[in-house]
Design a protein around this ligand. Structure first.
Ligand SMILES: NC(=O)c1ccc[n+]([C@@H]2O[C@H](COP(=O)([O-])OP(=O)(O)OC[C@H]3O[C@@H](n4cnc5c(N)ncnc54)[C@H](O)[C@@H]3O)[C@@H](O)[C@H]2O)c1
Length: 458
């Protein structure tokens, strides 16, 4: 089956079809255990190299090829591969579209895309068209057309695309998922989440060197500050919704029995970046960036309504001074969890009208079986271990030729927050309707991790 598919793709490529749409490729529904996944990486900057490190640790992955246009990123990757004692892959470095050559030439089964946002969709689409599973970093898409491009390409090719939303695998998030699935919160009613992280002063390069993210951006900056800060100049929207939203969508079974229906968004004024530049020792009133006008409001607040009646309060807050938070709250008829306060209340289990300290009690008792099983493997992986799980889920899906747990419909629905919030803000908070990216399939699709053993991770 797999050989047929590859032969077809080779012939298609030889016939000059290149990256144009190949006919629907039926993936085997039968689970086929395979020893190694043949993986490529596009983008080996800060994030791509943290994925590379995890992949190098695995005996069930062969890294076939790596593509990046930054010589420093390539050199650092080569060093990592050499030090891990693994076979040197092919490198594609010539220009911004070299990844297409890599997708066509190499025998890849999956590719991990960790490039700046504007590349996520073209790269994912091209990967799917080449018969290569796409694992795409967050956010997956930045406008509505891109959301549909992902869905349409998946539906035409049947080659999966997984959004690599690592927060869905955070230990406390998964413990709460375990409790949700066991009905400890009762019927779910309201959620809160967000991306609340002062990105202006993030220290890059292992914290050894300060690159002034926020004071300098564009070519003078390093890593994300090269491209990310520009979005604060260009767009007034929730430009990074998925860390705060992905876990809530998983709890609420979005695209699997439920769906996002509508959204309203409002923006505060945006003064945080300007203030930062003015007051930074390397900035000041005469710094060229002190005269830039930032479009992005400092706090973007959205309220999403779901088909089954739940509401979600979502925040984007990256340009003011503040400690990191994803701001989670999960509330139902029988319980409530609030992440920042580390508080939980469960009807009939905690004392009436009192909170328990969540991390020391219920989150320990309901630690997810996946975390129990893979705790050792996850130790040392990025972001407290959750990065291990998201890569594990992708690699397992590639090896077994199955659908990944977080799929193209999740990628589209979660990313759609960006264009919808932008439209709502422009219209003074007018409600915006979500497209049904599943075209009605949400009514019949099963929730993920309904049982801990679901989705082939165990
Ligand atoms: N899930 C998470 O926790 C998490 C954390 C950090 C970053 N991210 C996401 O990962 C992505 C990358 O972020 P980063 O911090 O690594 O940024 P980065 O700037 O450090 O790395 C991006 C890399 O992509 C390369 N690149 C750019 N255009 C390319 C092209 N056309 N072909 C090949 N390579 C190209 C750059 O040279 C660079 O090395 C972003 O989407 C970001 O949002 C996710």
């Amino acid at each position: 089956m797999e050989k047929d598919r590859r032969n077809f793709l080779k012939k298609a490529s030889a016939a000059g079809i290149g990256l144009s749409l190949s006919p629907s490729i039926a993936f085997s529904k039968k689970k086929k255990k395979k020893n190694k996944a043949l993986i490529g990486l596009i983008g080996v900057g800060a994030r791509g190299r943290s994925h590379l490190k995890l992949l190098l640790n695995r005996s069930d992955v062969e890294i076939i090829s790596v593509c990046d246009i930054d010589p420093e990123a390539i050199e650092k990757s080569k060093k990592m591969i050499r030090e891990a004692g693994k076979k040197m892959p092919e490198f594609y470095t010539a220009h911004e579209h070299s990844y297409q050559e890599m997708l066509k030439k190499e025998k890849l089964e999956g590719v991990i895309i960790s490039t700046p946002w504007r590349w996520h969709v073209p790269m994912s689409v091209d990967a799917m068209k080449c018969g290569v599973y796409a694992g795409v970093e967050v956010s997956a898409a930045m406008n509505m057309k891109e959301c549909w491009d992902l869905v349409d390409t998946y539906e035409a090719t049947k080659v999966p695309c997984m959004i690599l939303e690592n927060v869905c695998y955070r230990r406390d998030v998964m413990a709460v998922l375990n409790m949700v699935r066991q009905n400890l919160f009762g019927e779910l009613v309201h959620f809160r989440g967000g991306y609340c992280h002062d990105l202006r002063s993030v220290k890059f390069n292992n914290g050894k060197q300060y690159y002034g993210g926020g004071v300098e951006f564009g070519e003078k900056a390093y890593s994300e500050a090269k491209w990310r800060t520009k979005y604060s100049l260009m767009r007034e929207a929730d430009i990074y919704p998925t860390h705060g939203l992905g876990p809530l969508a998983m709890y609420a079974n979005i695209n699997r029995g439920n769906r996002f229906k509508s959204l309203v968004s409002i923006a505060s004024k945006g003064v945080g970046l300007h203030d930062y530049i003015l007051n930074h020792p390397k900035g000041g009133i005469n710094h060229p960036n002190a005269s830039k006008e930032f479009k992005l409001g400092d706090v973007i607040t959205s309220i999403i309504t779901c088909e089954n009646g739940e509401t979600i309060l979502l925040t984007h807050d990256t340009n003011l001074v503040r400690p990191y938070s994803l701001d989670f709250r999960v509330q139902g008829t029988r319980g409530i969890w609030e992440v920042d306060a580390d508080k939980i209340h469960l009807a009939g289990k905690t004392k009436d009208h009192h909170w328990d300290k969540a991390s020391e009690t219920w989150l320990k008792e309901y630690d997810h079986p996946l975390w129990k099983k893979y705790e050792k493997d996850a130790t040392g992986a990025g972001h407290g271990g959750m990065d291990f799980f998201v890569i594990h889920a992708f690699v397992e899906a590639v090896k077994n030729k199955t659908e990944p747990p977080l799929d193209v419909y999740d990628a589209a629905a979660w990313s759609a927050i960006t264009p919808l919030s932008e439209a709502s803000i422009q219209l003074g908070g007018e409600p915006q309707t979500f497209p049904d990216f599943t075209r009605g399939k949400w009514m019949h699709r099963s929730p993920i991790y309904q049982q801990p053993t679901d989705n082939i991770l165990l």
